[in-house]
Design a protein around this ligand. Sequence first.
Ligand SMILES: Cc1cc2nc3c(=O)[nH]c(=O)nc-3n(C[C@H](O)[C@H](O)[C@H](O)COP(=O)(O)OP(=O)(O)OC[C@H]3O[C@@H](n4cnc5c(N)ncnc54)[C@H](O)[C@@H]3O)c2cc1C
Length: 446
Amino acid sequence: MDVVVVGGGATGLAAAYLLRQNGVDVTVLEASSQPGGLLSTFEVGEGARLEYFYHHFFTHDAEINWLLGELGLEDKAIFRPTTMGMMRDGEIYPFDGPGDVLTFGAMSVPARLRFGMSAAMLTYLPGFEDDEETPALEWFRRWAGKEATETIWEPMMDVKFGDAAGQIPIAWMAGRLRQRARSRDGTEEKLGYLKGSLQVLVDRLVEVLREEGVEVRCDAPVEQLIRSDGRVVGVETPEEVMEADAVLSTIPTPILSGLVEEIDDGYASSLRDIEYMGAICTILSMEESLSPVYWLNVADPGYSFGGVIEQTHLIPLEEYGGRHLAYLSRYVRHDHPLWSKDNEALLSQQLGELERLFGRDVKPLLNDHWIFRGRFAAPITGLKFSEKIPSYDTPIPGLYMAAMPHVYPDERSTNNSIRIAAAAVEAMGLDSGFVPEGTSLASSYG
Ligand SMILES: Cc1cc2nc3c(=O)[nH]c(=O)nc-3n(C[C@H](O)[C@H](O)[C@H](O)COP(=O)(O)OP(=O)(O)OC[C@H]3O[C@@H](n4cnc5c(N)ncnc54)[C@H](O)[C@@H]3O)c2cc1C
């Protein structure tokens, strides 16, 4: 059996590995010049690599731990205690556990109690992960109260979903809270990373695939699906036509929609119906640290970023030549003014905002910066999203697909890319039972 995998991100590479374990002849076609997709890295200086978009994994991520073992990379995984903070009214509050909620001075004591109770309900009571009809913000207003909703939940959801925040169901938020709770030991949260960056995983995976005879081709955008007797029998890139018994697409659903619209317009329109948020990450290389915590949520309104994520609070700065590295992160829709804002104007705005936030001029501390945008960073998982999730086995014979929408109700992640790749391989009638199933809820639908 010959399979072409379209897309060389985490899902495509993991699927190629699983297909090869089934004895399938596989070719991976990746549009860009390097494999890795959203895991891609760049040289941040002194030979060190860093992801365009902040990345960590969780202690309970069984699938990625398994893959690291398969690739002989277990010794590259590092788990470190991390800290979280909440910036509100110009002050940073620790936000690592229930004790911190009780001392969160930006809210009244009754609001703190209601916030803590509502978060505990979502984390520990059954049923919420299936409630796709109640908007999270509506639920928060009722159970956490107006003050806690406006102080914490609304800003956090705005950063992630913008004006779609009101449409996100409580099921999604329950999933998030449970995921974080599982990676906590008491109040301490440990997060994982790879020595040398996630590039180590991508490089080794590609190396093993190539050793096993899988072709991984970059600069090979699939522009068309080839059909015969109503069945997909190959793909076309600008360079060539490639025949296959089956095609597995792992590209974002809006792009797949364009490839199938001449074949099945109804299917194309159902894929188009899934909207994605874009992500903007500004990376600052600084002489000094900005904040005392790894993950700082900015809950004050009026900022172009909602998170300050200091990589060098996860990985020692010696790994990066002694410089402090921080991501300023934000998700926006593609019609948001920030999405198309000129990079220099964005940087200048953000440096001004940092001065306002931290009460000091950070410009003299800055020795380099980079800005990355990911167009298809996360699907907008609105109410009853499970009904929109496409099947792994598409209505077009010979065409299979796995993409970020399949990770719902879980959060998209490298770990969940492996889980959905396994589900796609099963849908192709092959075996993926050798991949351990962790606590991930990805692939529950589709
Ligand atoms: C800001 C941000 C932070 C994140 N943080 C974390 C984190 O902390 N931990 C974690 O585990 N995960 C994190 N993720 C999520 C993780 O990066 C993704 O879930 C995962 O990388 C998705 O992989 P994928 O292969 O499904 O998609 P992608 O990475 O999008 O890969 C799709 C690939 O398809 C290619 N492609 C597109 N069109 C074509 C075509 N026509 N022909 C051929 N190829 C094509 C693209 O170039 C791309 O390489 C984060 C993501 C973002 C954006």
